[in-house]
Structures are given as structure tokens and as C-alpha cells.
Design a protein around this ligand. Sequence first.
Ligand code: 4AD
Ligand code: MG
Length: 478
Amino acid sequence: MPRIKIKEALELQPTPNINVKGWVRAFRSNRFIALNDGSYIHSIQIVLEDEKIPEEIVRKISIGAALSVKGALVESLGKGQKVEVLAEEIEVLGEANPEEVQKTILQPKKHSLEKLREQAHLRFRTNLFGAVFRIRHAMAFAIHNYFNKNGFYYLHTPIITGSDAEGAGEMFKVTNLPLENIPFNEEGKVDYSKDFFGKETNLTVSGQLEAELGAMALGQVYTFGPTFRAENSNTSRHLAEFWMIEPEVAFADLNDDMALSEDFMKYLIRYALENCKDDLAFLMQRELNEDKQKPKAQRNEMNLIERLEFIVTNDFERISYTEAIELLQRSKPYKKNKFKFPVEWGVDLASEHERFLVEKQFKKPVIIYDYPKEIKAFYMRNNDDGKTVAAMDVLFPGIGEIIGGSQREERLDVLKEKIKDFNIEEEHVWWYLDTRKFGTAPHAGFGLGFERLIMFVTGMTNIRDVIPFPRTPKNAEF
Ligand code: 4AD
Ligand code: MG
């Protein structure tokens, strides 16, 4: 009898012989087992009829154990499920010592998210993380779907690079030089010529520069890979290792880029609404329960599903950076000195400003474009005003910046100037400059932080809870 997934079993009509396998979530009265195999947010109920299953087997059944159950799928008399399994035969594939289970988050009671994080190897077994990681999978799939449908090619850009794409200098070094005996050159500097690659290398902060090379031949490409940033920011929105999606499009300008980002986000969120209904319903209910414990002012104005539907049905607001500064300077919190960080033209927007614009001013996603050139990366295209670049950030409610992108500087002479201004050595990016020599063309792209997307879709408020094994300062367990 082949095993069937619990999700499929729960959708079947009664049938005399089925086999399900999974882990025990609950075991009541030595009679009712809730069995879950990860295929579904719901577990299947297994009923042990009197003395059908030998006592020595029943004794081994406890929370956390892995079972194979054969029996009849019958209509359930109990509430909460249409069908259940009357067990004919149970094989205990793996026991779980109840005393040890007591000390873990497998114990079915409410555990804090912090505690769940400390046991990230076990938290997949909870309904909450089952839902989060099924949705994470669905979103990855939807991303590839979207680009494939729209004629983009998936380009694998390197994880080890010799360049600092964002120019922020927050990189993890890759080396196999002996750290206890580092070779130095005559100038007293580390002699990277003796290193594995014969030069200084790092983990990538972005696949963009290489994606641009691909776009300048394949037309439309995207990357989707791990990204590493050694910024020491211990916030609920930053990871040292996160996943980023970076489309890059030839013959596109900033308006095309903004339109693509909006269409893309709406597609992904619509996909979640259509394909992750049960998990979203669970997450919505969980959030409603959490909100009940909170003071009114801290509760969500819309529930999770309403927030997702809102994105799909409303246009994103588009304002320039200059307009954003003016709006902020006219705002109540500014006049009442409530902002911690300064608001003036030329200064980067802080998270508190972004959230004010999105959550209070417009109450919808906002795209801010045309930022001062000094606060953005070297590759962004200079605008004619001499002060701003064709950059854009997409800001989401509850998240802040979810996407950062720009039209790229395609003019060789201007790009060379910019590289000089940013103190980048031309010899390090000669290959990047070459695309501007041989058939340069306008092009644009952006980067979506995958975990920030998952935060928005699941309603989870800490980025550590939407990636299986988070890497943050002083934390690389598992
Ligand atoms: O704005 P960023 O730094 O843009 C780039 O890296 C460009 N090269 C993208 C491009 O144009 N191709 O990062 C893009 C997005 C951010 O908007 C944010 O969602 C996410 O990546 N991100 C992070 N997510 C988690 N942890 C971090 N430390 C992140 N840093 C950026
Ligand atoms: Mg950014």
C-alpha cells in the first residue's frame, strides 16, 4: 500500500486502506493522535480502537515520534475534521523520549518566538513555521514563474567576487591564507597574490553588476541567490545572509523599472492569495489572536489577508525624494520634533520617515524616486539636474524598504567620472566599463529582499523568523 500525503488523505472520500506517515503532534487519552507530515497546515486524526494496536506499540507513541499508520479512512464523528483514520497497524519509525521532548519546543504549548529561534532545528515542526516555510517555497516558485512567463532568463551570478557592487564596503572576506601566518608584501600590506584567487575576494553583496553584463546581451535577466552583508545592524529587518532577486532589463528607463516592480509585487502577492489559502488563514488567525493581547493602538488596522488584497487592488504611490522631504517637513511628527533623525534635502531617509510616509501619509506602498546622488551607489544614472540620480525605492507598510533599484549609468564618460568620485579603481571594474564601450544602451533593474517579501506575506515581524537558519551578528548556529 503506497503512502499518501496527509493533505491528499484529508481530501479523499472514505476508503478501506490507506497508509499515512508523519510526526505525532498530540496524543490524547491513549486514543487520538494528531499526525502531521508537513504537506498541510492541518493534521490528520488517527483513532486507536480498543486493543487493536498492541500495548507495546501504544507505549512507544508520544509527541514527536514518527509513525507509519495503516488503516481505514472513515467519516469522522468528531468535530473539526471530515475524515479520520481508524488504525489497523502502526509502525513506530522513530520514538521521541517524552522527558526530553518536555525540554523542547515540541511540547505543545505556546512558546515565544525567541525560544523557537533557539531551537530552529525543531521549529519546522510547529504549525507556525510549517506555514511560513511552505509560503517561502511558494514565493520562490512564483518568482521563477513570473520571470519565465515574461521572457527573463535566470542568470547565476557568482557568490565569490572581487568587486564591491554597492560600494558600501560591508563585505565578508573569502580567503584561504593562514590567519595565524598572514603573508605581507613590501609595503606591509596583506599579500593577496598568495591567496587562493591571487587577489582580494569577498562574498557578494549583490549580483547586479554581473546581471547587467547578461542583460546587455540576453535582454532581460534575473538573479535569485544568497547575498551577504557584514553590516553590524542587529534589527528585525536585517540579516547578514539574505536572498535577493535582481531583475535587469535592457532598453528600460526608471519608469519601466518602477512599473516592473509594481507588477512583479502584485503578481507575487496575488499568487500567495490564490495558492497559500490555508496557511494564510492560519497566519491571519494567529495575528488576530496576538493582536487581542495588545493595546488598540498597536493592533493591525487591517488583517493579514486584507493587507495582501489591498496591495493587489491599489496603485502604488509615486513621489520624488524632493517631494518626500517636503511632505515630511510639513508633517505633524516633524513639527512636534518626534523624528529621531534629521529631515533635510540630501540626507538619507530613515526607517521612521519611510514608515510615516507609507503607514500614515499614503497608507499604501510608496515608490520614492530621484534621490540625491551622494547617498546612492555609483552605478545609478545621473539626472540632468546635476543633483539627483534615477534611483527608486519601493516602501511597504510594516516593512519599509522592500525594493531598491535604478536606471544604470550607461554613458561611459559619465560613469568614469562617477567611478572616480566614488574612489573606485577603474582596473577593478574594467569588465563593467566594457559594456559601455561596446553597444551601450539604457537599462535598469532592481533588487527585492526575499525575506522582506516573506515578512510582508506572512505578517511575521522579525526577519529571523522567515529564513530557516538566520545569520546575524554573533549568531551562526545550526
Ligand atoms: O537596496 P539594496 O542594497 O540594492 C542593491 O543591492 C541593488 N544592487 C539592487 C539592484 O538594483 N539590482 O538591496 C536591495 C534590497 C533592499 O531593498 C532590501 O529589501 C534587501 O535587498 N536588503 C536586505 N534584506 C535583509 N537583510 C539585509 N541586510 C538587507 N540589505 C538589503
Ligand atoms: Mg537600498
